[in-house]
Design a protein around this ligand. Structure first.
Ligand code: HEC
Length: 210
């Protein structure tokens, strides 16, 4: 019964992100260890991604409640990256949220990240568990974790005119003339968290371990 286990976990996380009230920065920085243990790095990175997701989710939820989707677009526009950055700073790691179908061109997935996203989509389509991935690169451990959509995301990433109201859509188009992040349905791979952790002693291999 491992099928979809991770997907369910991510959904639970996303739901938690919308309802949760945990604060960021509770976990200690464990990156000082020199032991190269891919599995534990993978888990560590996943915790970081979840913390950042929670921070972002809480703030977005508050913005939606405060002023509805158009107000929240403004919020995402100006605050998403600073919130991610401050979560990263607190956790002493580098965190990025990237997508193949990006809204902010600054969040465009690179070649390696795109490959991971394609794989995640295939796994989801086949009803398999989406596996996080970890890679060693030049003294850093880089973790890749899927971000799935839920019903809430449809306000701004769903079908234009149906899920996304006109006012919101206009605002999105104004802020992001090259927006590609619409047309999603719930439970799709919207993008990934890329977590970069300092790994003293990690060797450079460029090999992605799943
Ligand atoms: C109120 C509108 C709104 C809602 C609701 C929303 N987003 Fe977004 N999303 C945005 C905006 C605006 C950006 C661009 C942020 C920026 O400029 O950094 C964005 C960016 C992203 C990105 C970064 C990649 C990119 O395309 O730039 C991901 C991943 C993402 N959203 C996932 C989600 C998920 C998953 C949900 C639901 C849990 C969600 N979003 C809900 C408006 C929204």
């Amino acid at each position: 019964m491992k099928k979809n286990g991770y997907g369910v976990l991510m959904i639970a996380l996303l739901v938690n992100a919308w309802n949760g009230c945990q604060s960021v920065g509770e976990s200690e920085d464990k990156t000082e260890t020199t032991q190269v243990d891919l599995e534990s790095w993978k888990t560590q990175g996943q915790e970081y991604a979840m913390k950042a997701q929670q921070a972002l989710g809480q703030n977005l939820k508050a913005a939606l409640q405060q002023g509805g989707p158009p107000f929240a677009v403004d919020f995402c526009n100006t605050r998403a990256i600073p919130i991610t950055d401050s979560a990263a700073q607190e956790l002493k790691v580098s965190l990025r949220r990237v997508s193949d179908k990006y809204r902010n061109p600054g969040n465009q997935a690179n070649e390696k990240e795109s490959k991971y996203i394609s794989r995640a989509k295939e796994q989801l389509a086949a009803g398999e568990t989406i596996h996080p991935a970890i890679e060693e690169m030049e003294g850093k451990m880089i973790g890749y974790y899927p971000i799935l959509t839920n019903a809430m995301c449809m306000n701004c990433h769903g079908q234009p005119g149906k899920d996304i109201n006109e006012e919101t859509l206009n605002l999105i188009k104004e802020r992001y003339p090259d927006d590609r992040a619409v047309g999603y349905q719930p439970h799709e791979v919207r993008g990934i968290w890329v977590v970069e952790m300092d790994a003293a002693g990690a060797t450079s291999s460029g090999h992605i371990e799943e």
